[in-house]
Design a protein around this ligand. Structure first.
Ligand SMILES: *Cc1c(COP(=O)(O)O)cnc(C)c1O
Length: 419
């Protein structure tokens, strides 16, 4: 495969092309095909940006119809029929049935963009500056968001001071016996702890990039209670765990908490188009008109595909049941791999964000990822030391492909451990 133009012209910053060195050409469902005609089963799904698989025919049909009708492509944040239909559908299918009263802000199209908006609004609404983020958290790489991203690889590239964020241990950071919300409560309530009352706390209910760390429902409820008690804005970063990855639409639903703000990006458009939304408790929506703006907010094609995904999947209880069945298949398989090699692996995860954690050697997950790629499966690593093989297959599709992907990963594990 000729990758020379990428290595000669594209910046050294390129990343995934190094892990998966081929030229991808077409994709359908969970299968991606490279220029040589080789098929790969996708257990990565664009880090959660294509949760419904690639080029789903039902969404494609709606997008093609919209394009063919000369539907408006760019309108800043003027009213469009595409946006009206999206807002009405999002309210009817997602917000209203869950009793959520959120207002919706269309931010710039990346995940980092919506995190920036959340921080600005939380600071504006509270008149305070501090944000509490958690160890191993990932919230994007623009300066405001990067300040809340824990990984030193990314922080060291900032080139300027990253301020106004304090990191606190995530659930389980010191083991199961230490309640880190209790610790935070003590710090917040002690006038001599040195911790200023923050504007916001930002949390991933499952940390995707940070190594598939799962916050318990009790921990999240305690965090919600603490934030409510002290008027701290609780922001759930649902960019990776949201839109079905956890098994529910939102990762926080299982715990019953209602965050004050919710960031959505990655799979909200359903088709890999860039789109981000900030959901806001109406009482905190203190923006003045155009105080936070941007040229590419609420891209209309992405709104059409997002509406299509809500209509095609989220109205159908069978779709949600299917996620649960697929999650069980994945979890059972990685548990059985870990049971075969208990000295090498542990497992953790929720829904279709599952981690096979290399406990004997930080290099293990990377080796399995490379071997899986050789054998025809795309699967990423995550975690502070890249020690977690992160399995993120599509939320739907035929079970046979899913099982075939799991077979390949298991063969890769066997091959790497035999080597
Ligand atoms: C990917 C991600 C982001 C950043 O999104 P970008 O589109 O890459 O800026 C933020 N938070 C979480 C939880 C993510 O997974």
């Amino acid at each position: 495969m000729d990758l020379s133009v990428f290595s000669s012209m594209e910046s050294e910053v390129r990343s995934y092309v190094r892990a998966f060195p081929t030229v991808f050409d077409t994709a359908r469902g969970s299968t991606i095909t490279d220029e040589a005609g080789r098929d790969y089963i996708d257990f990565f799904c664009g880090a959660g940006a294509v949760n419904y698989g690639h080029n789903h025919p039902a969404i494609k049909k709606d997008v093609l119809e919209y394009l063919a009708s000369d539907g408006i492509q760019h309108a800043l944040d003027m009213a469009t029929s595409a946006k009206r239909t999206f807002l009405e559908t999002f309210s009817e299918v997602i917000l209203a049935p869950r009793g959520y009263a959120y207002k919706v802000q269309f931010t710039g199209p990346t995940g980092a963009n919506v995190v920036e908006a959340a921080f600005k609004l939380a600071r504006l609404a509270t008149g305070r500056t501090g944000v509490i983020a958690f160890t191993h958290g990932y919230h994007g790489l623009s300066m405001g968001a990067l300040a809340a991203t824990a990984n030193s690889w990314f922080r060291d590239a900032a080139g300027a001071h990253l301020g106004d964020v304090v990191f606190h241990p995530y659930d389980g950071y010191y083991g199961d016996d230490i309640d880190t919300v209790k610790m935070l409560e003590k710090l917040i309530e002690d006038p001599s702890s040195g911790l200023d009352l923050p504007a916001a706390v930002i949390v991933e209910t499952v940390q995707g990039e940070g190594g598939v760390n799962v916050a318990s429902a009790e921990w999240l409820r305690a965090l919600r209670e603490l934030c409510t008690k002290h008027g701290i804005v609780l922001i759930a970063d649902e960019i990776q765990i949201g839109v079905g990855r956890s098994g529910d639409f939102f990762g926080f639903e299982e715990s019953g908490i209602v965050p004050d703000m919710v960031t959505l990006s990655k799979s909200i458009s359903g088709y890999g188009f860039p789109l981000s939304l900030l959901l806001i408790n109406p009482e905190l929506d203190v923006w003045k008109p155009a105080m936070h703006t941007g040229t590419f907010r609420g891209n209309t094609v992405a709104l059409v595909s997002a509406t299509s995904a809500l209509n095609n999947f989220w109205r159908d209880p069978e779709f949600v049941a299917g996620i649960a069945r697929r999650s069980e298949l994945v979890r059972a398989r990685i548990d059985s791999i870990a049971a075969r090699y208990p000295e090498h692996f542990a497992t953790r995860g929720r829904g279709l964000l599952q981690g096979l954690v290399g406990i004997s050697d930080n290099e293990l997950a990377g080796r399995i990822s490379r071997k899986s790629f050789e054998l025809g499966v795309i699967v990423e690593v995550s975690g502070a030391h890249d020690e977690v093989l992160k399995l993120m297959p599509a939320l739907l599709g035929d079970e046979e492909t899913l099982v075939r992907g799991l077979d390949v990963i298991e063969s890769a594990v066997d091959a790497v451990l035999a080597a």
